[in-house]
Each structure stands twice: as structure tokens, then as C-alpha cells.
Design a protein around this ligand. Sequence first.
Ligand SMILES: *Cc1c(COP(=O)(O)O)cnc(C)c1O
Length: 412
Amino acid sequence: MSRLDELIKKAEQDLKGVFAEFERVEETGTDRVLDAFSCHRVAAMHFSPSTGYGYDDVGRDTLEKICADIFKAEEAICRPMLASGTHTLALGLFGLLLPGDELLLASGAPYDTLHGVIGTKKEPGSLMEMGVTSRAVDLTREGALDVQGVVSAMNDKTKVVFIQRSRGYALRPSLFPSDMKELISAVKQKKPDVFLFVDNCYGAFVTEDEPTYYGADVVAGSLIKNLGGGLAPTGGYLAGSARAIARIENRLTAPGIGREVGSFEASYRPFYQGLFMAPHTVCQAKKTAALSARVAELLGMKAYPASDEARSDIIQALVLGTPEKVIAYCGGIQSASPVDSFAAPEPWAMPGYQDPVIMAAGAFVQGASIELSCDAPMREPFAVYQQGALTYSSGKRAVKSAFERLLEAKNA
Ligand SMILES: *Cc1c(COP(=O)(O)O)cnc(C)c1O
């Protein structure tokens, strides 16, 4: 047995309890999904395609009812016409905010791609151009929501308070749905008509609960991340209060038309089957993340979250320390991918990013990050951000391949 094989074996032994807890959460997620499927009497007819306006598209409508139930929400939008997570989040914000309103970012600067939406990066059609202002309140030094800070930053114009659940590409901890409870009630107490909006990307099914369980008005995310279970070919979701979704659905299509139209001339089966798989797939991704964290720890590196820490998203950050190691690790992930295993990822200048970025991804669904992928901005502290894996065994193989390359780079 190689040294690395031994390390992986040791890591798996150390993680027995952690994996058991992940599997317990998977079971509760499966209950959430199957309760909704049986309640809405899912049958083969729901998988049928539709064309044109898509009036009375029972596959589309039932999928949205199930999505609402999974989040214990009143209503949901969950459909293929949403092109990405960013599109879905932008739709939600444009639905809720009007000229003169203010967007309050309660977890500091948002995910990179939202800067163009908000207008902190100049873009035609941004919220800022429309007369919506925004302000950010940073998380506390410990990475918690600053409830007092947010409440005192609220003013007459505040319409949406926005929380990003996931760590995104930062070393801050991810927020748990239960962490949002206090902020949600404090905000509602001060101004009951404010919408609490949660970017739930990478978060769905990672915990037993969701932000909507604690009164969030909207959760939103991508179907090529957690909720699509690795099978949905495209799409996004928003779930929340009837008051919020009624506004958002009028931006989805047109005021007065809302969710009544929208056809899909392919089967809805992958969306249903993906939802069914999602709790399991998320569990596979969590196990892969924890394995890489434990191996890194055994090699003396820092992992965020630590291998035995509770998780609220599927992202694993590993601080590798040098550009060579980052390139080696990402190369190892790529070479173990089912698609494009022959490609060698290299750091590249990407629009919207300050430093060159390296990305390893070899997915069946283009860009799907519920499938195993690994990215890194080429800057201090030279950390990689890894997420996803459709199966633990393929994730484990990729983690082994990545650390193999890393150890070779170290010795070189
Ligand atoms: C992925 C992600 C987004 C954007 O989703 P895209 O599908 O890449 O547009 C937004 N916020 C967070 C936290 C994400 O992880």
C-alpha cells in the first residue's frame, strides 16, 4: 500500500462518525422529497414535454408545487427556463425591488457574479441603473451575521435584506439556516414588509432544515447544483412566501401572466429524478469534501471547514500554499473526471476576476458544480475550492489523484 492509500484509509476511519451523520441527513432529505412526491401523486404523465405557451403544463406546475413543499414554502418557481444561479438570483431581486428601494447585503460582499446585477460593477440594466441602491454589512470577525449592525443599517428605503448561505469563494464559514433565525425575526420586527432573501446556492439538502423554515421570504439557487441532483440539465428555483413569489413570477414572464406560461419540449423526467436523487448526491459530495479535508489535515494543511466540522454547503476549501501545488491538485481532479480527463487545466484571466483563475471540471452537464469540480484564484493563500461529486467512489478516486499530483509537486 502506498503512503497515500494508507492516509486515505486512515482518513476514512477517522470520518466514520461524520459519514454516519451525513447519511442521517440524507435520510431526512429523502423523506422531504418522497413525502412531496406522494402528496402530489407524481406519475408518468408529469414527465411529458409541452410546447408553445405551455398552458396547463402539469409537469411544470407539479414540479413547482413539490419544490415549494420541500422548502416548506407557500409557492415556488422551479423550471428549465432559468439559465443559471445568477439569472435566478437576479430574477428574484428584480422582482422584489423598485426604483428608490434599497438592497441591504447582510453577509457582506455577495458572490462575484452578483456585482453586475447589483451595479457595484457597472452594467447596463443593473439594479443601480434602475435606481435601486445597495449597502453591505459585513459579517462579524467570527463570521457570524451582525444582527445589530444589520438592524441599525435598515432605513425607510430598505426593501430586501439579502443573505448568502454558502462561503462561496471566500474562507469565511458558511451560514446555517438556524443561524439566520435571529436576524430574520429582528428584521421583521423592525420592518414587517421587508423581504428576506437567501442565496441558497450549494446549500439545499446539506442540512435537515432550510432558511424558509425560519421565515426567509425567498430561497433561490441553481438546478445544476444541489437541487438538480446531478441529473437536471439546466434551470433554477425560487421558493418562498406567496407575497414574494407573486411579484417575482411577474418578472419571470410578464405582469399578469406569471407562471401560467413556459413550455419545455423535452421530458421533465430529469428534473423529477434529479430531485429524487438530490439528498443522496449531496451526501456523496459532502463525503468527498470531508475526505479531502481529512487527507489535507493528515498532511498538515488547513481545511475549511475542518473535516469534522458541521457543514452548511458542499464547498471544501484547502489551503495548499503555493501556485505549483494548486495547479497540481486541480490537474489531479481533472484527470480523474469522467469527461475531459485528458485536459490539463491552467490558470487563465477570466472576466470579472482580479487574478488568473484555474478551474478543473469534467462534467456531464456543462459547468455543473454538483459534479466534482475544483477552482482557485491564483493568489495568496493559494487555496483551492472543491465541490461536488456524483458518487463517493469517483470523488475518492479524484481526491487520491489530486493528492498524488500534489505530493509529486512537493517533492519536485
Ligand atoms: C454558484 C453560485 C452563484 C451563481 O450561480 P451560477 O449558476 O454560477 O450563475 C451564486 N451564489 C453562490 C453562493 C453560488 O455558489
